[in-house]
Design a binder for this molecule. Sequence first.
Ligand code: NAD
Length: 358
Amino acid sequence: MSMKILVTGAAGFIGAALCERLLQEGMQVVGLDNLNPYYPLALKRHRLARLETLASQCAGECGDGRRPGSFRFVPLDLVEREALLALMKDEGFEVVVNLAAQAGVRHSISQPFDYVDSNLVGFVNLLEACRAARPSHLLYASSSSVYGDDAAQPLQEAQVGERPLSLYAATKRANELMAYSYSHLYGMPVTGLRFFTVYGARGRPDMAPLRFARKLLAGEVIDVYNRGQMARDFTHVSDIVEGIFRLMPLPPAQVSSAAPSRVLNLGRGEPIALGDFINGLEAALCITARRRLLPMQPGDVERTWADTSALQALTGFRPVVSLATGLEELAEWARHYPSLLSETQDEREHEASEAARG
Ligand code: NAD
């Protein structure tokens, strides 16, 4: 069945991977992104170029009467309220997947207003546009960071506390509360997805997996926070995409007066110590790492571990990509595109300040 879908953040890591999957499924996809310079634009353009190529292949291949998939890119910022509203009203999307956001925990400490603009103002603009255009389902990215560091593990959806450790986490929790209120007021079907540390080919250069790959390939020292004891529920991007895809046609139902709103964990369900993740990447790249063990960073949590039983009960799906398989795929891509692993502004500043401290 072909659907018309809006994916925001389509030039981003998860957004582009989702658009690829939707195209392969024959969907009519409109991808929106403001192409912000948080990390190098070359990577965002690389992802969009792949999507354009795939779209032309999909259009050519489908000669069997099925409607071929299509992709159209719209350069737009969620803060542009009127333009967003006009797009949503004109297009009449059946499903909206909001992956656009200012991401990154550490950057939210140095650049708080980027988060206020995209994650708060932009998110309300999207909710307002959905109120007017009425898609059958709005799915949006939340984050495992909403749990803070005092919830029992594995993390269950209902255990969320109100002690976010960074502004990034606070904006993601705020998104869940805002989405609930719109769902309650207007009967809007909404699903929030708490993603757990996503990795894979064409990933984010500000996150540990790509940073580690870049440093290994360049023979540089890897900074390992919390002396490698920090654990993350690393989840391969194809599992994240599969989870979103399965949930798209399953909007929460309005049962009596309850709002048609839910929030779900989307993670592998298996915490992996940072040290073990690096061991796996060393094996995939066949390079031995030089490590510098460091203390915890402000705003970071010690461990994340998703309880995925709610997702599984709803969709029958649980993430399946093993760490070894996921790292092979990441390593293969990283070897071919070393220039796209390049560092972010934040990282350069951090390294400069570390170097200045000696
Ligand atoms: P990403 O930075 O690669 O993608 C986000 C995209 O959104 C970028 O291309 C950016 O240009 C765009 N964008 C930002 N602000 C925008 C705005 N105001 N208007 C239009 N476009 C805008 O990040 P990602 O890793 O693909 O993350 C996607 C979503 O998932 C984000 O909401 C992020 O917070 C969330 N998330 C990601 C992870 C992860 O591990 N990658 C974990 C938890 C949650």
